[in-house]
Design a protein around this ligand. Structure first.
Ligand code: HEM
Length: 427
């Protein structure tokens, strides 16, 4: 592996990590949110402390938005871009050198559409988005039903399961693998790479975690490059084969898109499914209501997305001087953390925001899928998967219960569980 990845780690994670440690020791709520057990376990009470007057907040780590209006504004305003800079407090030479280290294609670096601004962004996004129209996605409905039934059948033969490994991870990986034309036998490889790459979304990760992520991105790069070559020779009837055959994207761009789709396509939905189970089980009145009135499930899924989003935050870079009404002037070149979780729990937008209520009338206005030009391409696919998988789980195993505390992943951007032991039948 390229030893220069360590330079990238030092600039992007090592320096901020030292800052987080020092600030955390002083009790700084933003540092506690961004790294450390408190932020992983209960980000929402820290976010409430940080929301302030609703404008962009100046924290000791940089700008951050926690209110619904401000998060929405930043995501939709073209004066903000996605190429988030290395923190200016990192020594200049280290920053310059780190910026020159090339890492393998991954979801958060150009030419991934996540990391590119308009107008180039539109060229990269359009061919992918046009493959994910609601009609194309609806056609996947039968497959989602089949996959879910197969999984539930396999689980029924056992008394206890890990709902993350046996259920929440399996539905989205099966579907995205089919979209990508990836053979079923390769799914475990992608699951393992996905969990190693996911921490790259955080700031301040350890050298070891970064090293593992880089090794996984290299393996992923080689696998995806070979897969694209194969699809060029023998296209399948999957969505990704169509994308390869249009010739709209070159090989590196296809690799970046494949990375984003694989990463975004299962890590997020897996966590949403996982987060939903303890939440519903700990709100039996809400679950009973859904059992009595199953037509409420679509609304419940929006409330699940609002209440405990699997992507807690994103970031933007200030491209030109910005000053919102009554706010502080924002300096170009600096980054702004956009707390999607904060927006979703803003009492101005969602009254009594910490109450989980599957009948909440405006739940669908959550920002869990982002908004603006980078809004999630996979929102309809996610809704389709969850709408089949969750009701089916509770219908098939009405006595399902957790078997001990589920273990949370130690991540701050992605929120989800690593393991969730459960018993399916009452004894
Ligand atoms: C619970 C499920 C999901 C959540 C919470 C989620 C969330 C998000 C968010 C917040 C963004 C915007 C990030 C930003 O503006 O910085 C995004 C973008 C994106 N999502 Fe999702 N996502 C989910 C599922 C999916 C799925 C299933 C796919 C694909 C199959 C997908 C593909 C994408 C892509 C390609 C983008 C980038 C769009 C762009 O940059 O133009 N997502 N997602």
């Amino acid at each position: 592996m390229d030893p220069r990845y360590s330079i990238r780690w030092a600039a992007e994670h090592g320096f901020p990590r030292l800052g987080f440690l020092a600030l955390r020791a002083m009790g700084d709520p933003f540092a506690r949110l961004m790294s450390g057990d408190e932020g992983y376990d209960d980000p929402y009470s820290l976010i409430d402390q940080l929301r302030g007057d609703g404008g962009v907040q100046v924290t000791k780590i940089g700008y951050a938005a926690f209110s619904y209006e401000m998060c929405r504004e930043v995501l939709r305003d073209r004066r903000f871009g996605v190429r988030v800079p290395i923190d200016p407090s990192v020594p200049f030479l280290l920053r310059r050198y780190a910026e020159r280290v090339v890492v393998p294609p991954n979801p958060i670096e150009a030419p991934s559409m996540f990391a590119v601004d308009p107008p180039e962004h539109g060229r990269l996004r359009k061919p992918v988005a046009s493959a994910f129209t609601p009609r194309a996605v609806a056609r996947l409905g039968d497959r989602v039903r089949e996959v879910t039934t197969e999984l539930l059948d396999a689980m029924a033969a056992r008394e206890s399961v890990d709902l993350m490994a046996d259920f929440a991870a399996q539905v989205p990986i099966a579907i995205i693998a089919e979209i990508m034309g990836i053979p079923a036998a390769d799914r475990p490889l992608f699951l393992s790479w996905g969990s190693k790459v996911a921490p790259l979304l955080d700031v301040g990760i350890s050298w070891r975690t970064h090293h593992r992520a880089m090794a996984a991105t290299e393996a992923l790069r080689d696998h995806i490059a070979a897969h694209i070559e194969k699809l060029r020779r023998e296209p399948g009837d999957d969505i990704f084969s169509d994308l390869v055959s249009t010739g709209d994207l070159n090989t590196i761009e296809l690799m970046a898109s494949a990375n984003v789709l694989m990463g975004a396509g299962f890590e997020t939905t897996m966590n949403l499914l996982g987060n939903a189970v303890p939440l519903l089980l700990s709100h039996p009145d809400q679950l009973d209501l859904l059992r009595a009135e199953p037509e409420r499930w679509p609304g419940a899924i929006e409330e699940l997305l609002r209440y405990d989003p699997s992507i807690q935050m994103t970031a933007r870079r200030v491209l030109e001087p910005v000053q919102f009404d009554g706010g502080i002037p924002l300096e170009p070149g600096k980054s702004v953390i956009v707390s999607l979780a904060g927006a979703n729990r803003d009492p101005v937008k969602f009254p009594d925001p910490h109450r989980f209520d599957v009948t909440r009338p405006n739940a669908k206005e959550h920002l869990s899928f982002g908004t603006g030009v980078h809004a999630c391409i996979g929102a309809s696919l996610t809704r389709l998967e969850v709408l089949h998988a969750l009701p089916a789980l509770f219908e098939r195993f009405p006595d399902i219960r957790l078997d001990g505390e589920p273990t949370r992943r130690r991540l701050s951007t992605l929120r989800g569980y690593a393991h969730m032991p459960a018993r399916l039948k009452s004894r």
